[in-house]
Design a binder for this molecule. Structure first.
Ligand code: AMP
Ligand code: ZN
Length: 476
């Protein structure tokens, strides 16, 4: 499989360190508010990666953190803790907020068929792990104490800006509007490993440490949680593109300084979902959540399809017009699948050929848009319905669009509608049994019996109408 690697800036052949075993780390949500559908785009595309690696025969161990402390209003360790802000907004405690929005996050994931990671670890459960690594960094001379906080010294590294040839002045992260620069820092991109002093004295959760009572920085959380569960090396680290700098850059700096060797081989970044007016936000404009989409009549699978129709390395623009198009595509797709008849033989050579179209697409830097085209190619192909159904079930192990379940629901609804049409007809049950017997006879290619049943019904004044969803009937 070719995968774009932000570290090498090329599409590299993906080779796990141990053949057949993949360690995968995903930056989890900061649980101070609902996830917006932009955040969820990232988790959907990471889910496809995870599922495809398993589909291709790998054993995957996937770890996700929950950021419930230390992520400040600015990613560059300035401002107030987002969790404290959330708690104040809702007049609740930080832990109440964390629990509520963690549950809400996984409820959204469930609706979108985003699989639970194998390990989910809240940062507040790993304080001892953070302290151990920070102590190690201080011992090795990569960290320093200033003004009560512990900082990572980025000048100790040969190559700090690993992802891009950023210009130094573009990286002046601490100096943004409304955020004062931290004068304790020796270098402008040094970052906090442990806070004991902050302008915000109302930090809710604090722990004892060798440097005083305080709390961890955001970046150290992901490094330590990954090492705790996946060991000293990592195959793939995922996140949204905004995480590349400073978050992931800092993760690499501190992990490799601590370990003394290369840590993670592949960095998988998902580009953003934007609105027509720009960046998606939790604080301004309409706050786009899965529940909001549902309230406007969009099934979460429509949003999943919308995401899969475009490549993860391209920005995606959200609009209701785009959602309407995705809704029509999804409905048409499911209607078409609902017409496929169960039973019969799978044609193995057609199966293998059509499957190749699907795996070639995903092997090419996870081209999900071409993988969706492979689904349409199955529907257009000249092979048996059994082959098509087997392929769709196989592809949906990765796509997870409920293709067969939604089609079954369409068929059940059509049957219920037909039943309701004849409610009160004393012969309805008997007529439907005859129609079912006719369908069974046709399937067995016993056309004489099928014709006999039709003739019997015609003689009783009943007309049969064969439709894609099955046979309907009416009295003349
Ligand atoms: P947060 O909860 O803010 O820590 O973000 C959760 C995930 O969503 C991270 O991987 C971010 O990089 C990602 N993310 C944030 N905004 C967007 C967006 N507009 N589109 C896609 N991913 C995003
Ligand atoms: Zn992270």
């Amino acid at each position: 499989m070719l995968l774009y690697n932000s570290l090498t800036r090329t599409r590299d052949e993906f080779v796990p360190r141990t053949p057949g075993k993949v360690s995968l780390y995903t930056c989890g949500p900061t649980v101070y508010h609902f996830a917006h559908i932009g955040n969820l785009r990232t988790y959907i595309m990471e889910d496809v990666l995870d599922r495809y690696l398993r589909y291709s025969g790998n054993e995957v161990l996937r770890v996700m953190n929950i950021t419930d402390v230390g992520h400040l209003t600015s990613d560059a360790d300035e401002g107030e803790d987002k969790m404290v802000k959330g708690a104040k907004r809702e007049h609740k405690s930080v832990m109440e907020i964390a629990q509520y929005y963690t549950d809400a996050f996984f409820a959204d994931c469930k609706k979108l068929n985003i699989k639970m990671p194998d390990v989910v670890e809240p940062a507040t459960g790993c304080i001892d792990d953070f302290i151990k690594v920070i102590e190690g960094l201080l011992e090795k001379g990569y960290a320093y104490i200033a003004g009560g906080n512990v900082y990572f010294d980025t000048s100790k590294l040969k190559d700090y800006y690993v992802f891009n040839n950023f210009k130094e002045e573009d990286l002046e992260v601490g100096v943004r509007e409304g955020v004062e620069a931290d004068n304790n820092k020796k270098n402008k991109n040094d970052f906090v490993l442990w806070f004991t002093k902050s302008k915000f004295e109302d930090q809710a959760l604090k722990w004892d440490s060798p440097w005083g009572v305080g709390y961890p920085g955001w970046h150290i959380e992901c490094s330590c949680i990954s090492m705790k569960h996946l060991g000293e090396t990592l195959d793939i680290h995922c996140g949204g593109i905004d995480n590349a700098f400073p978050h992931h850059t800092n993760e690499i700096a501190q992990s490799e300084a601590y370990l003394g060797h290369k840590w993670c081989n592949y960095w998988f970044h998902v580009l953003h979902l934007n609105t027509n007016s720009g960046k998606m936000s939790k604080s301004t404009g309409e706050f786009l959540t899965v529940s909001l989409l549902e309230s406007k009549g969009y099934d979460p699978m429509v949003y999943r399809l919308f995401c899969l129709q475009s490549h993860y390395r391209k920005n995606l623009v959200f609009s209701y017009e785009n959602m309407d198009n995705a809704k029509v595509s999804y409905q048409k797709l499911i209607q078409k699948i609902a017409t496929l008849k169960e039973g019969g033989e799978v044609d193995q050579s057609a199966f293998d050929e059509l499957k190749k179209g699907f795996t070639d697409a995903l092997d090419n830097d996870m081209n999900t848009s071409l993988a969706i085209t492979a689904v349409y190619n199955v529907l257009k192909a000249k092979c048996s319905d059994a082959t098509k159904l087997a392929l769709l079930a196989d592809f949906d192990r990765v796509l997870s669009l409920n293709l067969l379940e939604a089609a079954a629901a369409v068929r059940a609804a059509a049957e219920a509608e037909a039943k309701a049409e004849h409610a009160g007809d004393p012969e309805a049950e008997e007529i439907e049994a005859l129609i079912a017997a006719r369908a069974a006879a046709k399937k067995e290619k016993n056309f004489a019996e099928a014709d006999r049943i039709r003739a019997e019904l015609t003689a009783r004044g009943i007309t049969l109408i064969d439709t894609a969803q099955g046979t309907k009937w009416q009295r003349n």
